[in-house]
Design a protein around this ligand. Structure first.
Ligand SMILES: CC(C)(COP(=O)(O)OP(=O)(O)OC[C@H]1O[C@@H](n2cnc3c(N)ncnc32)[C@H](O)[C@@H]1OP(=O)(O)O)[C@@H](O)C(=O)NCCC(=O)NCCS
Length: 151
């Protein structure tokens, strides 16, 4: 039973469906630079926190933390390798931001590894602003770039 999860599916139909967390966690484990372990995903499923999950079938997803309203936090955005560079990341981002605005959020934040050029380009193209660098933000000691957007 998934509680308190804001979710919506398929950017065209805008239906509220239950995300397939098993599938999303599998994509995360295989393709995300900093994958969560199984327990992290179980915590999300059983959490009383609020999340926005957007996804495109067989393509990718984004996951947002909504507990600090009116500021949302991007936890993950991922497009499968074979679907990259076709606009899916931009679509997930734009539709997520639109949904956040609809939900009353005024701003959003994220951290990204400073050398993740693909992600940083996507964020800049989607009107995110660079904020500051956090030294040693990641577990391997690499730096994180903080970014924010006004919605
Ligand atoms: C970041 C990511 C989600 C982008 O998804 P995508 O579907 O390929 O992105 P899009 O096709 O919508 O591209 C949007 C913009 O992002 C930028 N971009 C995407 N891939 C890029 C790459 N390999 N190098 C440089 N810029 C890139 C470009 O500015 C692009 O705009 P353009 O097509 O007009 O040039 C995808 O590369 C990914 O899943 N990466 C692994 C997971 C990850 O690192 N997530 C972010 C962690 S914080």
């Amino acid at each position: 039973m998934i509680q308190n999860v804001f979710s919506w599916h398929n950017l065209k139909s805008d239906q509220q469906l239950t995300p397939d967390f098993k599938l999303l966690s599998d994509w995360d484990r295989r393709f995300f630079p900093w994958p969560w372990d199984e327990q992290d995903w179980l915590n999300i499923e059983n959490s009383h926190s609020h999340f926005l999950v957007s996804w495109i079938e067989s393509t990718g997803f984004s996951l947002w933390q909504l507990d600090n309203s009116p500021n949302a936090y991007l936890l993950k955005i991922l497009v499968l390798p074979e679907r990259k560079k076709c606009g899916a990341g931009s679509m997930l981002m734009q539709e997520s931001l639109a949904k956040l605005r609809e939900l009353g959020f005024k701003s959003a934040g994220l951290e990204v590894q400073v050398d993740n050029n693909a992600a940083i380009s996507l964020y800049l193209k989607s009107s995110w602003q660079k904020s500051h660098v956090i030294k040693g933000f990641y577990s391997d000691g690499s730096d994180g770039l903080s970014m924010s957007i006004t919605l």
